[in-house]
Design a protein around this ligand. Sequence first.
Ligand code: GUN
Length: 281
Amino acid sequence: MQILDGKRVSTKLKDEAQKEVTQLKSAGITPGLAVILVGDDPASHIYVNMKQKTCEDVGIYSIVHKMPDDISEEKIIETIQMMNKNPNIDGILVQLPLPPHIDEERVIGSIDPNKDVDGFHPCNVGRLSLGMDCFAPCTPLGVMRLLKEYDIELKGLDACVVGASNIVGKPMMNLILNEFATVDICHIHTKDLSSHTKRADIIFVGVGKINLITEDMVKDGAIIIDIGINKNSEGKTVGDVDFENVSKKCSYITPVPGGVGPMTIAMLINNTIKAAKKRGK
Ligand code: GUN
């Protein structure tokens, strides 16, 4: 069994990003990222701080628009429209979730698709499903980059994606389908989850349920990608996979923490650099 070490790979990618940003700056372009953070969800604040700190580390200009919980939808959209027009901003990211009175679809839909570094705008979602060049969501994109780093080819593999969210499961499905995996996508209403996981050469799981995937649900030598983030009863960060027992049976596995998580921010940085390179084109 081999660990897919997202921490190591993301550190390497950040070093490469830093060099690329230096080159862009010498050509007169400082990549810029605007983050919109609404309300005081503690997890969102932690994620945004991590994103901002990484931007600083690699030399990307970043600005965080913090807004109160009771802000109006119009004010958020006005800010996005301002960022759409701002030539120093290449990427715009609205941290989710938004408060319940805000229409998430309208807010995401107001981002210029060329600055949509999260890949959530319907235009990028459509382009991804058509296999066109696009901004793909950072977490599944990070998984793809990690697999590439370990020379894991998806063509012809039987894959099982557990979780069908817009942020993780659906884009994961599209990315691996574009690489010619055969994909089962399972969700809360799937009748017999283990009948799908047991057949899979590779399992992707990101639903936020501790020990959802146990060793009896995994075939020998399978590849396990754990995209879940949970806190267990001892306050430790764990994924959706029973790591201790499943790791004895599989060929590769991502740990939590230190697997997919660090790759997400590395992909946000890559997407922002990609947007900056298109500046003026
Ligand atoms: N909330 C949870 N994950 C994400 C993400 O990848 N991007 C944004 N914008 N919000 C999130």
